[in-house]
Write a protein that binds this ligand. Structure first.
Ligand code: ADP
Length: 502
């Protein structure tokens, strides 16, 4: 075993534009909500900084006002108030401190990033403000805590500028200039790109608006700035970390990321093992566990009933997710006739592109005995498909981490995934060698083509017919640890390295 140096209790400050349970539009909020709690459980001190939006859910508690910060903007100095909430962690009186930055002109709006007419036109100014506020909160914490801050952990383009300020305009400032940063990229497809004419809103010197700085083909690119100036960059899986350095995966930032190659790491997200547990899941018709899977058959029958499908003993394939080109469900739509011909049933749950929604809807009308389609967001049904299906298909073109395949592993539902990003890292593909060793947890295909997907589903169906082989794959998957504790420990290692380099 490698010798690991002892890491004592760290003082971690995290900042994100959304976090569960306060406000959520996507997966970022799950990470920003779960990771701090897990870090605190490991014994670290954690402060999470978020903007106080109109939709900010305080769960009935009132935020305690702890102070005011003065933030520089392109229009001059403004005051923002800081509200504090304490999230209890475990039994021992530990907590995560949440600091909500309140500045109503920017955050008291109906949406987080967009209104009915699309993205807010002042998003650059809003998140430059939030990034500067993060630096001011650091200074506030530093002077009120009187202890050094071990690391500032930033997420996505909305907070990326904080890393830039710390290395440029704030570099020589006492209390904050030496704070080291980690920037996590959750999806490089979203970069925070704004017209070049808005660069002055950042308050950065104009010599940073060049191709070697934040300029991106004439526009301002906030994520690019973060990648250039953060001390370390992470993404949500090791394979995605490699893919974003290549021309297919980097959305134009592959060169910038490759330039930081030695400072880029991939750390898989955890899942909420409390709410996604087949043993206790209250959405299910029956509960089951790795040692007794009998309840899974009950869940399958119940799912067939729920979707209006006949109770047949045929393989049932689940599909859950955004119906977009990223997710590759168009490949599945192409092979519906072939799948119907071999007699399987398919349960589809998702919303997204109109064309794809229509294709699945008409497939259901054509094959009512074999296809169930729900074009809506339905948390309970997502749980029931995870439990009731035999396999789950994720043909993603790219997938930074992916959660649905992790739920599937835990629910004994075999994932059939494209070999990309987090899917490549979390599913051990069925091969003669992995099958023999009892390691295989699912099936993988490589090419972005309907033919590869079909061939792999047909292979899975063949293995499915061998009940013993299938049970072995289920057992391996259900034994995988997808907890946040696992991920949190990896982040702590990276924080420790950053601190060591100071
Ligand atoms: P992404 O964040 O790219 O959409 P992930 O696999 O990381 O993909 O996470 C998607 C999450 O959203 C999962 O928890 C999945 O169960 C859930 N989800 C997606 N679509 C639906 C839907 N129509 N109904 C219920 N849950 C959904």
């Amino acid at each position: 075993m490698a010798r690991s140096h002892h890491i004592d209790s760290l003082n971690i400050v995290m900042a994100a534009s959304e976090a569960v349970p306060y406000v959520k539009t996507g997966g970022l909020a799950d990470v920003a909500g779960a990771l701090p709690v897990e870090l605190a459980k490991l014994g670290h001190t954690v402060t999470l900084i978020v903007p106080r939006y109109r939709s900010f859910q305080t769960g009935g508690r009132s935020l305690r006002e702890i102070g005011t910060i003065r933030v520089r903007t392109a229009k001059g100095l403004v005051d923002a108030t800081l509200g504090e909430d304490l999230i209890p962690v475990g039994g021992g009186g530990r907590s995560v401190r949440v600091v909500a930055v309140r500045y109503d002109p920017y955050f008291d709006r109906a949406g987080l990033y967009q209104g009915p007419d699309g993205d807010f036109s002042d998003n650059l100014a809003r998140f430059a403000f939030f990034s500067r506020a993060i630096v001011e909160v650091l200074a506030y914490l530093r002077s009120s805590l009187g202890e050094p801050i071990s690391v500032l952990h930033l997420h996505d383009w909305q907070t990326a500028l904080a890393a830039v300020y710390l290395k440029t305009t704030e570099r020589d400032r006492a209390l904050v200039g030496d704070v080291r940063t980690l920037l996590t990229l959750h999806n490089v497809g979203y970069q925070g790109i704004f017209p070049g004419s808005q660069f002055s809103e950042t308050g950065l010197p104009t010599d940073l608006f060049t191709p070697a700085g934040l300029e991106f083909y004439g526009s301002v690119n906030l994520l690019k700035g973060g990648i250039l100036f953060a001390d370390k960059v992470s993404t949500v899986s090791p394979t995605y970390a490699k893919e974003i350095m290549s021309s297919d995966g980097g959305f134009g930032l592959e060169g910038v990321l490759a330039g930081r190659r030695d400072d880029v790491v991939g750390i898989i997200n955890g899942i909420d093992v409390g709410s996604w547990d087949p043993e206790t899941d209250s959405h299910l018709a029956a509960n089951y566990s790795r040692t007794d899977l009998s309840g899974k058959a009950v869940c399958k029958k119940a799912l067939q009933r729920e979707l209006g499908l006949p109770n047949r003993d045929v393989p049932l394939i689940g599909v859950i997710g955004r119906l977009t080109s990223q997710k590759g469900f168009d490949l599945l739509a192409e092979i519906i006739p072939e799948l119907m011909a071999v007699g399987v049933q398919v349960a589809i749950l998702g919303t997204g592109d109109r064309i794809l929604e229509d294709r699945f809807q008409s497939a259901k009308e054509r094959y009512p005995q074999q296809i169930g389609v729900s074009l809506k967001f339905d948390e309970g049904r997502a749980h029931r498909i995870e439990a009731g299906a035999d396999m789950l298909v994720m043909p993603s073109r790219y997938e930074p981490c992916g959660l649905t395949q992790l739920y599937s592993l835990r629910y004994g539902t075999i994932p059939i995934v494209r070999k990309t990003g987090g899917l490549a890292d979390t599913v051990i593909p069925y091969r003669p060698s992995t099958a023999l060793a009892g390691d295989a947890t699912g099936f993988q295909f490589e090419g972005v083509s309907a033919d590869s997907l079909l061939a792999t589903i047909l292979l899975a169906l063949k293995v499915y017919a061998d009940r013993k082989a299938w049970a072995s794959i289920q057992q391996a998957g259900m034994g995988v640890d997808c907890s946040w504790e696992c991920s949190a420990k990896r982040y702590v290692e990276e924080y420790g390295k950053l601190r060591g380099e100071r």
